[in-house]
Design a protein around this ligand. Structure first.
Ligand code: AMP
Ligand code: MG
Length: 343
């Protein structure tokens, strides 16, 4: 499923930079690029200035984080939490940071983001790709386990209720993006653009001084771009119904973002939610939550905060973007675009 997405993503990243690998005309314009497969997704990194060792540090950070955070790696923090039978489990500071953010966003979004939805994600087969429509009985058996408020953190330990399991798929890539940028910066890069499975993050300035231009995919034709935005140092993170999806024997489409309210793929009118903000972890957590919330809920959350911008696509093919993007948003699709305003 992810493999399909690689070519457009890479194309988008190249469109952003327009610069060759290891070109050498002045330190800021020397660029290095690397493609990595990790966290079950294709990633591309392009850095400017410094040396190749910044990419080595970034790549190592990605693999180390995958070993800590992956729900399918048996020794990861997450697997150990999930098999903890309700007892506190000692975890890394990365895991602690992400679990805390997940609880905080769960509270902010009234449970739209809930990392304890994992037993349902697993039951639908979204973790393994062995897709299956669970019976109504099975869903009602699993739903009572879903409640992020039962996660307890004490010192550097995390404990769940004995019947609970978590996965950090909704926000781990955003955190990883933040850490990749930090590793590049600390290891001498002057600027970078990274794409972790379509989530783009930037730091510094493009060598020609122009803003980074980031394309967002059309959820109705994921091989095409739908719009572009021009950004400074930002994360641009999308949750879409075209990723990890399948068509059931009933002919209906099912996708990997679960509505914790009913245990089914979230179907509240949004087919793609993009969040543009300063930190990858925040944008990633919110992109998943906004997808679940639907248009009114998402607009309400944005109006109460406005430290980020968002682009929502509705299931009846309308684009809605927040007013902070006016002037930098370019519609490349046939869909009508409206602005979400504060009032
Ligand atoms: P994203 O692509 O960032 O929206 O993350 C989606 C992933 O998060 C899924 O593949 C699941 O692993 C997990 N997930 C699905 N639904 C939820 C939810 N409501 N809250 C938290 N995590 C979820
Ligand atoms: Mg997310």
């Amino acid at each position: 499923m992810k493999k399909r997405n690689f070519i457009p993503l890479l194309a988008a990243a190249l469109l952003l930079t327009g610069c060759g690998t290891n070109s050498s005309s002045g330190s800021q314009s020397v660029s290095y690029s690397r493609d990595i497969f990790a966290m079950d997704t294709y990633m591309s990194i392009r850095s400017y200035g410094g040396s190749e060792s910044a990419l080595d540090a970034a790549e190592k950070r990605i693999h180390d984080l995958e070993a800590e955070l992956s729900v399918t790696v048996p020794e990861s923090d997450i697997s150990r939490i999930n098999s903890g039978s309700g007892k506190p489990v000692e975890v890394s500071s990365d895991t602690l940071t992400i679990v805390k953010k997940a609880i905080e966003t769960g509270a902010l979004t009234d449970g739209a983001l809930d990392i304890t939805a994992y037993p349902l994600v697993k039951e639908w087969g979204f973790t393994t790709g062995n897709y299956n429509i669970p019976s109504a009985e099975r869903i009602s058996e699993l739903l009572p386990c879903v409640d992020y408020r039962k996660i307890s953190i004490s010192g550097s330990t995390v404990a769940l209720s004995a019947d609970q399991q978590i996965d950090l798929g909704a926000l781990a890539k955003g955190y990883t993006g933040d850490e990749v940028i930090a590793a590049l910066r600390e290891n001498g890069a002057d600027a970078a653009v990274i794409s972790l499975g379509g989530n783009v993050q930037t730091f510094g300035h493009k060598p020609d001084g122009s803003p980074w231009k980031v394309a967002v995919r059309d959820p109705f034709s994921p091989e095409k771009d739908m719009c572009t935005v021009e950004i400074g140092e930002k994360a641009v993170i999308t949750s879409g119904n075209y990723e990890r999806c399948f068509t059931g024997e009933d002919g209906k489409s099912y996708w990997h973002i679960i509505d914790p309210a009913d245990g089914f793929p979230a179907d509240n009118g949004i087919v793609s939610a993009t969040i543009i903000g300063d930190r990858g972890i925040d944008c990633d957590a919110l992109s998943t939550a906004m997808f679940v919330k639907g248009l009114d809920g998402a607009a309400g959350l944005w109006r109460a905060d406005r430290t980020y911008d968002m682009i929502l696509i509705t299931d009846d093919a309308r684009i809605l973007y927040t007013e902070g993007l006016e002037g930098t948003f370019t519609n490349m699709s046939d869909m009508p675009a409206e602005v979400i305003r504060v009032d």
